[in-house]
Ligand binder design. Sequence first.
Ligand code: HEM
Length: 142
Amino acid sequence: MLWVKSLHIVFVASWFAGLFYLPRIFVNLAMVPPESIAERARLLLMARKLLRFTSILAMPALVFGLWLWLGYGIGRGPGNGWMHAKLALVLVVLGYHHGCGVLLRRFEAGTDRRSHRWYRWFNEAPVLMLLAIVILVVVKPF
Ligand code: HEM
């Protein structure tokens, strides 16, 4: 079980590394002057590759988490409110991940109109989600 938990934590950390950096690229894309076509193309290429990589890393993170929950039964049954709250937040993380894909497609289509300031706030969300999930799973407050 500890091997599975170790791999779960490693892939969760890797997944979040992508979720932390991808919106940072969006901040830069929102600040690129329209005439800087080469810089825009370079940032779009980086974002596409990073999104693909982050999506690949999310899968083992989720599989090892499900293995701990459903396989070893950790967090199952009554009195494990922390696990239910954690799973609800994991759905929010998955929604955020999907949202990054939607925003990237808008940048590619040239239809995104949000300011770089909006993306700086958007970039803070994964920090808060990680903080809440780690407190839930380590402290198990309820
Ligand atoms: C489908 C999604 C997930 C499931 C089913 C899941 C399930 C679990 C389970 C059952 C444990 C073992 C808890 C224990 O031994 O006390 C665990 C550990 C852990 N999970 Fe997840 N997890 C999921 C996603 C995530 C995500 C997205 C994060 C981070 C943002 C995360 C962070 C952690 C951490 C840090 C631990 C280690 C806790 C400890 O050692 O006390 N998990 N997970």
